[in-house]
Design a protein around this ligand. Sequence first.
Ligand code: 4NP
Length: 165
Amino acid sequence: MLIKTCTPSSVLLVCLGNICRSPTAEEIFRQQAAIAGLSIKVDSAGTSDWHVGDAPDKRSQRHAKSHGYKINKLVARQVSADDFRNFDLILAMDAQNLADLQAIKDELADPEDSLAKLALFSEEDPIYSGDDVPDPYKGENDDFEDVIERIESSAQAWIESWKAC
Ligand code: 4NP
């Protein structure tokens, strides 16, 4: 359980490939933070290196665009040890991503290098609390829509929790 904190200055959203869920979350989070008047650096990354340098998946781009989120210019990258120094909060899209992030954090040589708090993206969400944002990569249109619905809900929940702080 994450100890309640006020608005972080930086948030990193992480999934497996950084081409479907986390780039979508990056743009949704950025827009919602701006609407709420919160100044937060937002970025995304993948636990794998499978799609480094790639644009978001075309299906994610299409579904995001239909909801007003333009993600076509984002470029996939892999999460690095530096991210644990450079971000206040790292949010995992699913439990496997969270376990993989925790393993990286545990292996950092210097505990001072691991200031970032880790949490599941859905942690603050009253509707989807504790749920994964399911990987849509091998899914259908409905799965990509579900990703957007869950991300909008969970991002809003984090922002509401910081506004109340
Ligand atoms: P993401 O989805 O983690 O939401 O970006 C995936 C993208 C690619 C693969 C798996 C999940 N892949 O197996 O290449």
